[in-house]
Design a protein around this ligand. Sequence first.
Ligand code: NAD
Length: 243
Amino acid sequence: MSDGFGSLEGKRALVTGAARGIGRAIANELASAGAEVLCCDLPGTGETEDVAREVGGRALYADVTKADDVEKLIADAGEIDFLINNAGITRDGLLARMSEEDWRAVIDINLTSVFLMCHAAIRGMMKRRSGSIVNLSSVVGLHGNFGQTNYAASKAGIVGFTKSLAREAGTRGVRVNAIAPGYIETRLTDVLPDEVKQTMLKATSLGRFGQPEDVARAVRFLCSDAAAFVTGEVLVVDGGMAM
Ligand code: NAD
C-alpha cells in the first residue's frame, strides 16, 4: 500500500454491525487494505452474507448483547488482530418520557456489548501481545444531545471504558481506541426530521454530511502500524461540528 498506512495483509478483523452503514464501509476498507474480514450482525440479517461476499470474508451471526452468542462468536472467529465494536442503535426521546426499556436497550446494545466483546477477545490478544480494538463512540457522548440521554450515556461510557482498557492492555501490546463520529449518512440518521438534519449540516464546518467511508478510513488508521503509538485516544470524525 502506498498511502502511508501500510498493508493489513495477514491480519484478521472482526467487525460487528457489519451488514450496513458504517460497519459495511469498515469491512470494505479493512479488506481493501488486505485484511481478512469477519462480518458479524444479528441472526437473520441477510445483508451480512452480501457484505461478506463483497469483502471476500466470512459472515458470522450473533446478538452482541448475549454473552453466549459472543463467546461462540469469538471462538468461531479464531485469532483476531482487530476488533471493531460498531453495532449500535438509537431510541431517542426526552428523558421525562423515556421508558426504562428504551434506556436499557440502548445501554445494552451500545455499551454492554462492548464489555462482552472485549471480555471475550482480550485474553487471546494479550497472549499474542498484539491487537487493536476500535470502539464506535459518538460526538454525542462527548457533548450531549437533546433527546438522547440514553445514547449519550452509552457513548460516553464507551470513552471511559476505552481509556481504562487501554491502560490495562497497553503493556501487553494491545491498543484500544475509540472513534467519535459526527453526523454520518446511514439508516440510523435517515429517520431524523429534516430540520434536525439542516441544523446538523449548518453546524458542520466542512459543509457536508459525513459518509460511512469517512469513518472507515479512520478505523483503518487506528488498526494500522501508522497508529502504533496511539492508544486510549478518542478520534473525532465530524467534519468540524463539535469543536
Ligand atoms: P446502522 O443502523 O446503519 O447499522 C447498525 C448495525 O448494527 C445494523 O446492521 C444492525 O443490525 C447492527 N446491530 C444492532 N443491534 C445489534 C445486536 N444486538 N447485535 C449485533 N448487531 C446489531 O448504524 P450506523 O449509522 O452504521 O452506526 C454504526 C455505529 O456508529 C453505531 O454504534 C452508531 O451509534 C455509531 N455512530 C453513528 C453515527 C451516524 O451519524 N450514523 C454517528 C456517531 C456514531
